[in-house]
Ligand binder design. Structure first.
Ligand code: FAD
Length: 281
């Protein structure tokens, strides 16, 4: 396969190339290269975003701004990020291998729009927004995702940075189930952030990966348990609601039946892990 390669140095040049050709952006390339090899995409031109450089990771108003070309390793090296986003640190450590994390970027994970994307799932829990250039729009990341591998960007548009909200005083749970611990695409994943007072839910966000065409969150179910006491019965009930609504597919990694069972099982496991004091004898 033949394609042109370009490494523009300005937003305008990058945007112009992207809109004038059948183009693919290249950040770390860890998803793109796999697709090129499999010939599942055949671009006329590869546009390397690294020509735009790498801005600093910024912290403002209880948010972090992660710019284009920031790698997972950059985030893991950032002291403030580690302090303020411990759940994301745990998630990132489960992505690929150190070599992959040295190249791969959270923005690439979002734009790849895989329902198994670990960082993408986290953005659903952290009120994630994307800043789009050259149009200067700010869009909720969940609203940008349009299906497996599909992201709603105009031909000239690309993600310039993302913003995530701190979750101070929250507890969290993240689990990805796969055939191996490392270098693994999940069969199902579950992420939860929970804010509680005594044993009462003040806020909860629950996101599942790899059980639908996109990351799955049901805000009405989350709202329905606000003000309720955290009990095994409540999580059993929640597990049943998610099982009714989620209709996973069978693929090479697992059957639909297995995934459906795991929807509830993972939620029960989360209940016992979120606060060890709930553990029954
Ligand atoms: C061995 C291996 C293990 C892996 N393990 C995991 C894992 O455990 N969990 C996981 O979630 N993923 C995993 N991945 C997938 C991949 O590493 C991640 O999704 C990574 O975050 C992608 O980032 P990237 O910078 O390499 O993206 P790239 O491959 O550079 O880009 C991905 C897609 O996004 C587009 N794109 C890139 N930047 C932009 C932009 N600014 N605006 C618009 N579009 C853009 C590209 O054109 C491409 O379509 C693994 C991959 C490999 C090869």
């Amino acid at each position: 396969m033949q394609f042109k390669y370009s490494k523009p140095k300005t937003i305008e040049e990058l945007s112009m190339l992207k809109s004038n050709y059948n183009a693919k952006l290249l950040a770390g390339g860890t998803d793109l290269m796999v697709k090129l090899r499999a010939k599942s995409c055949k671009p006329e031109i590869i546009i390397d975003t690294k020509g735009l450089g790498k801005n600093e990771i910024k912290f403002e108003n209880e948010k972090v701004i992660i710019p284009l070309n920031t790698t997972y390793s950059d985030l893991l090296k950032n002291k403030k990020f580690k302090e303020k986003f411990p759940m994301l640190v745990d998630i990132i450590k489960k992505i690929g291998s150190p070599q992959i994390r040295n190249r791969a970027t959270p923005i690439g994970n979002i734009c790849n729009a895989s329902p198994a994307g670990d960082f993408l799932l986290a953005t659903y829990l952290y009120h994630g927004y994307a800043y789009i250039k050259p149009t200067n729009k700010k869009i909720k990341i969940s609203q940008l995702i349009d299906g497996p591998g599909k992201i709603k960007l105009k031909p000239e548009e690309f993600i310039y940075s993302i913003e995530l909200k701190e979750r101070i005083g929250y507890e969290y749970y993240y689990e990805k189930v796969g055939k191996r611990n490392a270098m693994n695409i999940s069969i199902i994943s579950l992420g939860i952030v929970l804010k509680k007072k005594q044993n009462i839910i003040e806020e909860i966000k629950i996101a599942y990966g790899s059980v639908g065409p996109t990351i799955i969150r049901f805000e009405d179910l989350e709202k329905s348990v606000i003000g309720k006491e955290i009990t095994r019965d409540l999580f059993d009930w929640l597990g049943e609601q998610y099982t009714k609504r989620i209709n996973p597919i069978t693929d090479v990694r697992a059957t639909a039946e297995y995934r459906k069972k795991m929807v509830k099982n993972l939620l029960i496991k989360a209940f016992y892990n979120l606060n060890k004091t709930f553990q029954e004898g």
